[in-house]
Design a protein around this ligand. Structure first.
Ligand SMILES: [Zn+2]
Length: 567
């Protein structure tokens, strides 16, 4: 069934298109890689005037000879019921991550649900646990499975995800249609905390590997499943040590490609479906500003208390946002190119001509950035953001505040960096200090002396994560293979007959992949979905959900992608 059933399709029955695809898939892995690259270079020259070359639909050999397994995954109702039930079992285990993020070695009790999840996976996916080697890195709550390939000269493929979920806000439980950890399938949609982020991804990978083993597939390229346990609180124990473990084992650039969660999945424009894997990720940084002022009785207050001065600073920060710009390396520009090239009409007022001339015309660039700014949906993709998220001050109604603390969280635009982001806030703190006659200390160094005795600002930053290196796309075999498989599932299974374009894009949030940069330049953040999983799936919110159709397509994607990249 599917791969090694010995069924042979006579060559004369295959169409020319099929023969081409069979040839392509033979060249994907192994010794033929250089031929594959050559082919792409020729193609690139041929298509050099295309702003958005769409990857070819890449069907694995098994799909052409006997696609009955894929048919079962996507259309068999009783198979679907079984697969969904397996997913639900894992949703019922509340593997929550909290901001206190305790050390797993000191507080194992805090992580006990992860051990329950591991045992559940062991029972639910027996073939995976018989065939793959399971390792845990520095922390036993990580899961790193290695499916040894037959050709050790090939770099391994990593399929990543995270086991933890964000906690449920107790005040919102009444608004959930079902209990958050009840795990319910209503015949169409699957509900529960973590189902979309990210247990469907984990289960789809495990389920697809289970099927591949069952039907006798042996990967030529080693496949690694890497599931961290604290992504929702930064991945400091999980992905961090998985990254170190893999770096130690395979070396820098020792990994072929990494696919992890992220990216908004499918958008529709003018009848064309755009799949949007993120090949870049914005950076992040937190600014901490503390203002120490003189205390005293509130019956004799100064004209501005510490709170008033901080309010003025926040106002000045918010009324002068970071200047938007769309760097030529920003993958969102590629998405704009794709929209222009693959649609004729739109209802979003795309400045088509200016986008086409973006690279060489400064007027066009200005116009495009203005257009992006006017679109709520897109404006986060071309600017550094600032969100004053936490403010503490004051402790008693008749006492002047002595310490005021402000945290501003930033997501850094592609083409910018932590230094520039920090500089803007620093300049505004400096201007505010001068305005009120206050001192300013920047990371322990005095910038303005407190000569008046009124008080001092202390400015620090933390958690600097530079924008991720942008992964190469068109013309690179790793991308063509990945994106070609995305196109294959969407075009052949999800939306048969529809026009599918796979367009590079970016994600505004961060993922575990920030810990994997040294392993490979080919990082794709993409949780396969038939819709936009972030806006429609209530990720992190009430009634988190994923459609069964999406879930079955996720399994299909992993099933085909492993074959395409490791055949
Ligand atoms: Zn996630």
């Amino acid at each position: 069934m599917g791969i090694r059933n010995g069924r042979v399709v006579p060559l004369y029955r295959l169409t020319a298109n099929t023969i081409l695809l069979v040839t392509v898939s033979l060249f994907v892995c192994g010794l033929h890689l250089s031929k594959w690259s050559m082919r792409l270079k020729d193609e690139e020259l041929f298509e050099s005037d295309s702003l958005c070359p769409n990857p070819r639909n890449l069907r694995p050999l098994s799909y052409m000879t006997d696609n009955s397994t894929l048919e079962m995954v996507t259309h068999d109702v009783s198979y679907r019921a079984g697969a969904v039930e397996k997913l639900l079992g894992s949703v019922r285990i509340p593997t929550e991550s909290f901001d206190d993020h305790l050390d797993p070695l000191e507080f194992p009790q805090y992580y006990k649900n992860f051990a329950v999840l591991h045992e559940y996976f062991r029972k639910t996916y027996p073939e995976v646990h018989k065939t793959l080697k399971l390792e845990r890195t520095a922390y036993e709550y990580n899961l790193v499975y290695t499916w040894q390939g037959t050709d050790s000269s090939l770099k391994p493929l990593v399929l990543a995800g995270h086991q933890d979920v964000v906690p449920v806000n107790a005040e919102t439980i009444g608004q959930w249609g079902y209990g958050p950890y009840e795990g319910v399938f209503d015949g169409e949609d699957i509900y529960g905390r973590g189902v979309a982020d990210c247990k469907a991804l984990l289960n789809s990978i495990l389920e697809s590997v289970e099927l591949l083993i069952k039907y006798g597939f042996e990967p030529s390229r080693t496949v690694i499943l890497a599931f961290g346990f604290d992504e929702e609180v930064g991945g400091g124990y999980g992905a961090q040590t998985i990254g170190e473990f893999l770096l130690d084992k395979y070396g820098e650039n020792g990994i072929y490609a990494i696919v992890d969660e992220g990216g908004s999945s499918v958008e529709q424009l003018d009848g064309t479906y755009f799949a949007l894997p993120a090949v870049g990720e914005k950076g992040s940084l937190t600014s901490l500003i503390q203002l120490n002022t003189k205390g005293g009785h509130s019956s004799v207050p100064p004209e501005n208390t510490g709170i008033g001065i901080m309010a003025d600073l926040i106002h000045s920060v918010e009324t002068t946002p970071y200047k938007p710009f769309l760097d030529l390396t920003n993958p969102f520009l590629k998405y704009l190119y794709c929209m222009v090239e693959h649609t004729e009409n739109d209802d979003i007022g795309l400045p088509r001509s200016q986008i086409r001339h973006y690279e060489h015309n400064s007027y066009a660039r200005e116009h495009v950035v203005e257009w992006i700014e006017s679109h709520e949906k897109f404006k986060w993709l071309s600017r550094t953001t600032q969100a004053a998220d936490i403010f503490h001050s004051g402790f008693k109604v008749n006492a002047l505040p002595e310490v005021s603390k402000l945290y501003i969280n930033h997501r850094i635009n592609i083409g910018s960096n932590c230094k520039d982001t920090e500089l803007k806030i620093m300049e505004q703190a400096e201007a505010t200090a001068l305005k009120y006659g206050l001192g300013l200390i920047y990371k322990g160094e005095t910038v303005i002396e407190d000569t008046t005795g009124l008080g001092t600002f202390h400015f620090e930053t933390s958690q600097c994560l530079e924008p991720a290196p942008v992964s190469p796309t068109h013309g690179y075999p790793e991308w063509e293979e990945f994106a070609g498989t995305v196109r294959h599932i969407l075009e052949d299974i999800t939306y048969p007959g529809a026009k599918i374009v796979v367009a590079p894009s970016i994600t505004t949030g961060n993922t575990d992949t920030a810990k994997y940069w040294k392993l490979t330049e080919n990082i794709y953040r993409y949780r396969f979905s038939t819709t936009n999983a972030v806006t429609q799936g209530h990720i992190h919110g009430i009634n988190e959900t994923i459609s069964a159709k999406s879930y079955m397509n996720m399994i299909a994607f992993a099933y085909e992608y492993i074959q395409n990249s490791c055949h």
